[in-house]
Design a protein around this ligand. Structure first.
Ligand code: NAD
Length: 494
C-alpha cells in the first residue's frame, strides 16, 4: 500500500474513544473527555474518555465480581488457552486497522506497526496462551506422612499501567500472562496513545473473554492511574513507564494494601564497540539502536561507548547510516523514522539538546526540528560527541533519537563507564574476542545483554531491568510469576 492508500484509510477510519468496563464501551462517569491528537499532522483523532477514581472503583468492582465468580479464574487452563488463541487470531486479522491506529496515535512508521508492533502483540498473546496449559505445580520433598503441594494461583485483580512508545505490545506483554493465569485485568493506556488498547477490548470480548474480566480505562496518570495505584482491592499493579512514576507507585502500594508492584522502567543503555569489532555491522546497529521508534525505546542504545582508537572511523560510519533514518510521514511505507509522540516530548528532547551543548558536548549531527509545515512533531537524529559520564546527556533518559558518544581506553574502563548509571535495562557489545564477549557480558549490570547485535529478543526470553530500571520480568514463563501467588499445602496422611 502507498502513502495515499494509508491516508485514505486514515480519513475513513472509525475510532473508539470510550472506556470499556464490564464488557461494554461507556463514557467516563464524569462525562469528560480529552482530545487525542496525531503527532503526524496535529489533527484531532477523537475525544477520549477521561476516566477518574469513580471509573476505577466501578472497574475494580466488576473485575473482582468476575474473578470471584470463577467464570474465568476457574476455567481449565486449556479453556483459557482456547479463548486467548482466538484473541491472538483476532488481533492478527485486524492487523491493518490496529497498525493504522498505532501509527496515527503515536507517530511510529506504519511499516513498523504492521510488521513489528501488531504481529509482536498477536505472537505474545498466542505464545502465552500456548504455555498456560503446560505449567505444572511441584511436590515438596516432605516426610513420608505428609504431602506437600506447591501450586500457583491467580493473584486476583490486576491493574496494568502502560506507556505510549509501544502501546499495544506493552499492553499485551502484561495482559497476556495476567489473563492466561486467570486474573481479571484493568488496563490503563497512556493518555498519549490510548486507541489500540481501547480497540482490543472489543476483540477480547469477541474472542470470548467474559464481561468484567478485561477492562480498559483511558485517562490521565495522576487521576485514574493514581486511583488504581491506591486502590485497596487491586492485588497486582504491573507498570511500564518512567522510573519517576515507578517510584510513586511503590509509595502508593505502601500507602494502600501492599499490592504487588512490578516495574519495567527507564534505561540509559550502553552500546559498547571494541576495537576488534566488525565496524560496518556495528555502525548499522548503533544507528538503529538510537533511531528505531524515534529513539522512544526504553532499551535505546543511547550511550555509544567506543574504543578511542576507532572513534573517528566508527562515528563516520554511524553518521552515514543515520542518513537512512531521516524523518518522514509515518504513513509512508518507506519512512523509517516517524514523528515524536507530541509537542511536550519534542520540547523535552530539544531541551536536552540545549543542555548537552551548554555542558560542552559537541553536536556533530542533527538536533533540529523539521517538517514543521506538516503540523506534526519531527526531529532529525542527533549525535553528541565528546560526552563524559558526568554530563546529564549521559545520565538521564532523553527518550528521543539522541546519541551520546563516550570513549574508553581498555576493557576495564568500558565496563566502569557502562555500569556508571542508575539504570540497568540493557547493554550491547561488539567484539570478535569470545573471551571478552563473555567477560564483559557477565560484568554488565543489565537485564538484557546483546553481543554482536542490538535489541534482539522474542517471547522465549525474559525482559526486564536491574537497578532502577525495575523489577520482575515480562515475556517467557517468568512473566507468570508476576500474576500468581504461590501456595504451599501440607496434607497430613493420618
Ligand atoms: P510515564 O511514566 O510518564 O507514564 C507511564 C504510564 O503511567 C502512563 O499510562 C501514565 O498515564 C501513567 N502515569 C503517569 N503518572 C501516574 C501516576 N501518578 N500514577 C499512576 N500512573 C501514572 O512514562 P511514558 O512517558 O508513558 O513512557 C516512557 C517511559 O517508559 C520511559 O522512561 C521508558 O524507558 C519507559 N519504558 C520502559 C520499558 C521497559 O520495559 N522497561 C518499556 C517501554 C517504556
Amino acid at each position: 500500500m502507498s502513502l495515499s492508500d494509508w491516508q485514505h484509510k486514515a480519513a475513513v477510519l472509525k475510532m473508539e474513544g470510550r472506556a470499556f468496563i464490564d464488557g461494554r464501551y461507556c463514557a467516563a462517569a464524569n462525562g469528560e473527555t480529552f482530545p487525542c491528537y496525531s503527532p503526524i499532522d496535529g489533527r484531532l483523532l477523537t475525544p477520549v474518555a477521561s476516566c477518574d477514581a469513580d471509573d476505577a472503583n466501578l472497574a475494580v468492582a466488576c473485575a473482582r465480581r468476575a474473578f470471584d465468580s470463577g467464570v474465568w479464574s476457574q476455567l481449565a487452563p486449556a479453556q483459557r488457552k482456547d479463548v486467548l488463541l482466538r484473541f491472538a487470531r483476532l488481533i492478527e486479522q485486524n492487523t491493518e486497522e490496529l497498525a493504522l491506529l498505532e501509527t496515527l496515535d503515536m507517530g511510529k512508521p506504519i511499516s513498523d506497526s504492521l510488521t513489528l508492533d501488531v504481529p509482536g502483540s498477536a505472537e505474545c498473546m498466542a505464545w502465552t496462551a500456548e504455555a498456560i496449559d503446560k505449567l505444572y505445580g511441584e511436590i515438596a520433598p516432605v516426610p513420608a506422612n505428609q504431602v506437600g503441594l506447591i501450586t500457583r494461583e491467580a493473584a486476583g485483580v490486576v491493574a496494568a499501567i502502560v506507556p505510549w512508545n509501544f502501546p499495544l505490545q506493552m499492553a499485551c506483554w502484561k495482559i497476556a500472562p495476567a489473563l492466561a493465569m486467570g486474573n481479571s485485568v484493568i488496563l490503563k493506556p497512556s493518555e498519549k496513545s490510548p486507541l489500540t488498547a481501547i480497540r482490543i477490548a472489543s476483540l477480547a470480548k469477541e474472542a470470548g473473554v467474559p464481561d468484567g474480566v478485561f477492562n480498559v480505562l483511558p485517562g490521565f496518570g495522576h487521576s485514574v492511574g493514581n486511583a488504581l495505584a491506591l486502590h485497596a482491592d487491586i492485588d497486582v499493579l504491573a507498570f511500564t513507564g518512567s522510573t519517576a512514576i515507578a517510584k510513586k507507585l511503590l509509595v502508593a502500594s505502601g500507602q494502600s494494601n501492599m499490592k504487588r508492584v512490578w516495574l519495567e522502567a527507564g534505561g540509559k543503555s550502553p552500546h559498547i564497540v571494541f576495537e576488534d569489532a566488525d565496524l560496518d555491522r556495528a555502525a548499522e546497529a548503533v544507528a538503529a539502536g538510537i533511531a528505531f521508534n524515534q529513539g522512544e525505546v526504553c532499551t535505546a542504545g543511547s550511550r555509544l561507548l567506543v574504543h578511542a582508537s576507532i572513534q573517528k572511523t566508527l562515528l563516520d560510519k554511524v553518521r552515514l547510516e543515520l542518513q537512512r533514518w531521516q524523518p518522514g510521514n509515518p504513513l509512508d511505507p518507506a519512512t523509517r523514522l516517524g514523528a515524536i509522540v507530541d509537542r511536550q516530548q519534542l520540547d523535552k528532547v530539544l531541551e536536552y539538546v540545549e543542555i548537552a551543548k551548554r555542558e560542552g558536548a559537541v553536536l556533530c549531527e542533527g538536533g533540529q526540528q523539521v517538517l514543521e509545515q506538516s503540523g506534526g512533531t519531527y526531529l532529525t537524529p542527533t549525535i553528541f560527541d565528546g560526552v563524559n559520564s558526568a554530563m546529564r546527556i549521559a545520565r538521564e533518559e532523553v527518550f528521543g533519537p539522541v546519541l551520546s558518544v563516550l570513549t574508553f581506553a581498555d576493557e576495564g574502563e568500558a565496563i566502569v563507564i557502562a555500569n556508571d548509571t542508575e539504570y540497568g535495562l540493557a547493554a550491547g557489545l561488539w567484539t570478535r574476542d569470545l573471551g571478552r564477549a563473555h567477560r564483559v557480558s557477565r560484568a554488565l549490570r543489565a537485564g538484557s545483554v546483546w553481543v554482536n547485535q542490538y535489541d534482539a529478543g522474542d517471547m522465549t526470553a525474559p525482559f526486564g531491568g536491574f537497578k532502577q530500571s525495575g523489577n520482575g520480568r515480562d515475556k517467557s514463563l517468568h512473566a507468570f510469576d508476576k500474576y500468581s501467588e504461590i501456595k504451599a499445602t501440607w496434607i497430613n496422611l493420618i
